[in-house]
Design a protein around this ligand. Sequence first.
Ligand code: SF4
Length: 225
Amino acid sequence: MNDSDHKLEEIIARLNQQYGSPKGRKEDDTIHSLIKVILSQNTNDKNRDRAYRALLSEFKSPEELLEADKDKISEVISVAGLQNKKATRILESLKTIKQKRKELDLSFLEDLSLSKAREWLLDLPGVGPKSAAVVLNFDFDKNAFPVDTHVFRVTKRLGLIPKDATRKSAHEILETRTLGEEMEEFHLNLIKHGREICKAPTPLCRECFLNDLCDHFLNKVGSKK
Ligand code: SF4
């Protein structure tokens, strides 16, 4: 194991010590997972969950949703914001799945390799690398690492990905460096750390329990000597 692996291991251990070992919530229905991930774009968990519950209570099945009027869907999910765009994405995704698979079910992704399953999801309207990785990791237990805005910022500051990494390359790098359950916990704990301590634009470095391992902090301290 090299120094950078040791650093990653130590960061994961400290995050777990501080925030525990959280688990992402698996949905009973694979289509619901996809809908939830579309609703979560550009909003917080609370509003995503409110919109998701409202949608499930208004439309009893994905089939019913597929037949629904776009404006009605948009009205029902408005609490999540960007409702017109999200309603379009949900409807277009459902239509594409129905066309390609003849049914509204994504369970077949289970039997595909990670790259094939990801390719399939990325072909759906409005599903980007992060959304695809959330579905594949949380619902299919595949080794996909979702990189949202917090994960991207925190891993870059820590020096776990290069300064010039893109979102796409960040997914690839972090995916090869973590595995299975550890990946899910690490992803969720990085989000928590990004919200509570490693905030944008001003991180609370002095009180951060990772500062002795963090490139951003060590470079800042070094430049003041
Ligand atoms: S030391 Fe600062 S920049 Fe580094 S992870 Fe902690 S809060 Fe973020």
